[in-house]
Write a protein that binds this ligand. Structure first.
Ligand SMILES: Cc1ncc(C[n+]2csc(CCOP(=O)(O)OP(=O)(O)O)c2C)c(N)n1
Length: 573
């Protein structure tokens, strides 16, 4: 079999049902086989879109996402998408073409050392130098991507290797020395953890994306219910525990709920599950959860004690460890603690003021109409934080967002990938007017592939989250964050939506929707939100709702970078 054929064979064997990518000279042989293979291939409009789409597909389905790009610029365009997947532990296999082996290192046309470039942002990567090794390498790539702590694996295949032939078959199994993820948590450690939990007065579970990755949400919910422990989640942990449950504290950290942060600062036992103590969660690490003993359950031993000290580490698959923990636990007496928390929840609910169309209001209405049954992707910035705070996630794999890297431009292609993986589902991208412009070209891909993603642009005319930091910490000097201040006609900017009384800005997103073959509507009043959403939901088209929102609105509460979780800013006053 030829190299290119082996690649397509590996997709078949690994049950890859859709591949995202973009062609070029160095992958022509692969694309020629794709043409004949019947494989579902989605041609994006940018390689970054392909990588994020593979990522969104993977997060929504739990399967490995696959993307392909040509050598050089095609490969480097994947980099942001690969880094995004790496930071959030998303299983992905990225295939890149490379110049022929004899030309590698000669500054050949479209040559880039992509294995060198992606070494720090892949779980593993390969440059295939020998056709006989290709079947094994591809098998390993899929295995590494989706086992242990998942992550992206890149396989760089030179053009001559794609064309060369081998008799070696695609292996059925993998044997790798030095890579043996440990799934079973140590039973003695689990028993110790159970005892510590039952002895605690004020326990809190802090759940991260690892719970969702391991499909451990059911176990988490059972454990919390059985022991009566409140649960707070990270951004990527949203959906791992139903936020409609009485025990839910919502998200913690920089833009977490005040009650989650107060609970963490007061807890005597923090049970971290599939979470990595990111600085957006801990704030000032030395003052994080100051009274707490810490249990840390994680599949990745290197994440334990990386940022905080841990009393009981349990290395293993979250789902399995939680199942074992449930067996070893009885109901704890947490009533006084839960009462205290209920008081905080009443006193400090998430809220927002009045005046103009509020982004939080729009998101609440999306929840009301979808009842938590949609997949929500986000861009990065205020839009992302409001989507985290004001939509209630009740199921895993319904909130897809770039957490670790914070990649603007993630949401639209990720929504596209999620929609390709979950055809019947309603998929929304909640976007800012800045972020959406980073990969807006993927609207075409959505339209042509009949992926009826709904895009909610919260248009505040600025790079809202950065503007918020400038307002709070830089004396209101809005250096290059106001998107609408100067249009090409000079100081005044361009106003073309006077009927909606919106501030001047570019581009006209509704005209753009039309130009890309999508549908769109612009709204600026509360009363327009529900009718617009209903229309978008009923439509089988890719649909933009542009919401002209209050440009001054900020995300609260907020823990300033480097401050402790107690030091929350709750409003501008
Ligand atoms: C690729 C990339 N560039 C820059 C940033 C820094 N950044 C974080 S939030 C933000 C502003 C986002 O603005 P917008 O998309 O309009 O969303 P809003 O905050 O207004 O909701 C910027 C520039 C980033 N996260 N990603």
């Amino acid at each position: 079999m030829k190299g290119a054929e082996i690649l397509i064979e590996s997709f078949r064997k690994e049950k890859v049902d859709v591949v995202f990518g973009y062609p070029g000279g160095s992958v022509l042989d692969i694309f020629d086989i794709i043409y004949k293979s019947g494989l579902r291939f989605i041609l994006t409009r940018h390689e970054q879109g392909a990588a994020h789409a593979a990522d969104g597909y993977a997060r929504a389905t739990g399967k490995t996402g696959v993307c392909i790009a040509t050598s050089g610029p095609g490969a480097t365009n994947l980099v942001t998408g690969i880094a995004t997947a790496y930071m959030d532990s998303v299983p992905m296999v990225a295939i890149t073409g490379q110049v022929p082996t004899r030309m590698i290192g000669n500054d050949a046309f479209q040559e880039a050392d992509i294995t060198g470039i992606t070494r720090p942002i892949t779980k593993h990567n390969y440059l295939v130098k020998d056709i006989d090794e290709l079947p094994r390498i591809l098998k390993e790539a899929f295995y590494i991507a989706n086992t242990g702590r998942p992550g992206p694996v890149l396989v760089d295949i030179p053009k001559d290797i794609q064309n060369a032939s081998t008799d070696n078959k695609y292996p059925d199994s993998v044997e790798m020395r030095g890579y043996k993820p440990n799934y079973e948590g140590h039973i003695q450690q689990i028993k110790k953890a159970a005892e510590m939990i039952m002895a605690a007065q004020r326990p809190v579970i802090y759940a991260g994306g690892g719970v969702i990755i391991s499909n451990g949400s059911e176990e988490l919910t059972k454990l919390a219910g059985k022991a009566g422990i409140p649960v707070t989640t990270t951004l990527l942990g949203l959906g791992s525990f139903p936020s409609t449950d009485d025990l839910s504290l919502g998200m913690l950290g920089m833009h977490g709920t005040k009650y989650a942060n107060l609970a963490v600062q007061d807890t005597d036992l923090l049970i971290a599950v599939g979470a990595r103590f990111d600085d957006r969660v801990t704030g000032k690490v030395s003052e994080f959860a100051p009274h707490a003993k810490v249990i840390h359950i994680d599949i990745d031993p290197t994440s334990i004690r990386k940022n905080v000290n841990v009393d009981i580490p349990v290395v293993g698959d979250v789902k399995k460890v939680l199942a074992e923990l449930i067996k070893n636990i009885k109901k704890c007496d947490t009533q006084p603690w839960l009462k205290k928390i209920a008081g905080w929840k009443k006193e400090y609910p998430l809220s927002y003021g009045k005046g103009g169309l509020k982004p939080q209001f729009v998101i609440e209405k999306i929840y009301e109409l979808t009842r938590g049954d949609a997949i929500i992707t986000t861009e990065v910035g205020q839009n992302q934080m409001w989507a985290a705070q004001f939509y209630k996630y009740t199921r895993p794999r319904t909130f897809l967002s770039s957490g670790g890297l914070g990649t603007m431009g993630y949401g639209l292609p990720a929504a596209m990938g999620a929609q390709a993986g979950c055809p019947g589902k309603l998929v929304f991208d909640i976007a800012g007017d800045g972020s959406i412009q980073m990969n807006i070209q993927e609207l075409t891909t959505c339209v042509l592939n009949k992926l009826p993603v709904k895009i909610i642009i919260l248009n505040n005319g600025c790079l809202g989250m950065v503007r918020q930091w400038q307002e709070l910490f830089y004396g209101g000097r809005y250096s290059s964050t106001i998107l609408n201040s100067k249009g090409p006609d000079g100081e005044k900017g361009i106003t073309f939506c006077e009927e909606n009384k919106c501030h001047p800005y570019l581009p006209d997103f509704i005209k753009l929707a039309g130009a890309f073959g999508a549908e769109g509507v612009r709204i600026s009043k509360d009363s327009e939100v529900i009718p617009a959403l209903k229309k978008a939901i009923e439509s089988d088209k890719t649909y933009i709702i542009e919401c002209i929102v209050d440009p001054e609105e900020n995300v609260f509460p907020m823990v300033p970078a480097g401050a402790s979780l107690n030091e929350m800013i709750e409003s501008m006053a």
